[in-house]
Structure formats: structure tokens, C-alpha cells
Write a protein of this length. Structure first.
Length: 116
């Protein structure tokens, strides 16, 4: 009787692992363009320190209300602000190793999160 219960438990555990593997997030594909995907990686790796918490008034990624006035200025103006610094934001957010193109990708990604 003990062996039957043990075998049932083992089978239940095995089936649970197999079923949970079917829903793994590892197989999801991104619907972002290559430029937005690059921007997302930059934002998540460099910009979130300020843009996730509104440090020094930085607009939070995805917060439409905080981005509303900024977005109406257009991407070119926002990229220029990000490259050269604006208000309390230092040039390139302090990451001077980023290229102007990479800054453009990051700004493009942040704008894409409020244009949806």
C-alpha cells in the first residue's frame, strides 16, 4: 500500500513538472522591432534607476500622464534633451559611453510604452 501511494505521489509530481514546462516564459517572442528591443535593453539596464521611480522628476516608463506633455514635443526633441541633458537629467543620463543612436533607441522605447 505504501508503494502505491508513493508511486501516485511521484506520478503527480512528474505530471506537474511536465505541465508547468508547457507554459514557460522562455518560449515567448518579442513583438518589438529590433530598435525598440535594443532600446528596452538600454532602458532596463541603465535608465530604470531614475525612470522607474521618478527620481528628480524623471517620467516613469509607461506612465501616460507623466509622458503626455513630453511626448507632444516629438521624439527628436526628447532625444536631443536626453543626449545633451535637460533639467536635472545629466547628458545621456550620466552614461556617456552610450552612443547618440543608443540614446535614440532608449527614448523610442520609452515613447512606445505610452503610445500603445
Amino acid at each position: 500500500m505504501f508503494n502505491g501511494a508513493l508511486m501516485s505521489l511521484f506520478t503527480l509530481i512528474l505530471v506537474s513538472f511536465l505541465v508547468s514546462g508547457c507554459n514557460s516564459d522562455d518560449t515567448t517572442t518579442s513583438s518589438l522591432s529590433p530598435e525598440l528591443e535594443k532600446g528596452k535593453q538600454i532602458v532596463e539596464g541603465r535608465c530604470f534607476a531614475c525612470h522607474a521611480q521618478s527620481i528628480n522628476g524623471a517620467p516613469i516608463v509607461g506612465n501616460k500622464k507623466m509622458w503626455q506633455k513630453r511626448a507632444t514635443q516629438g521624439k527628436a526633441v526628447l532625444v536631443e534633451h536626453a543626449i545633451n541633458g535637460f533639467g536635472l537629467m545629466p547628458a545621456k543620463g550620466g552614461f556617456t559611453d552610450l552612443s547618440d543612436e543608443e540614446i535614440g533607441f532608449a527614448v523610442g522605447y520609452m515613447l512606445s510604452q505610452v503610445e500603445q
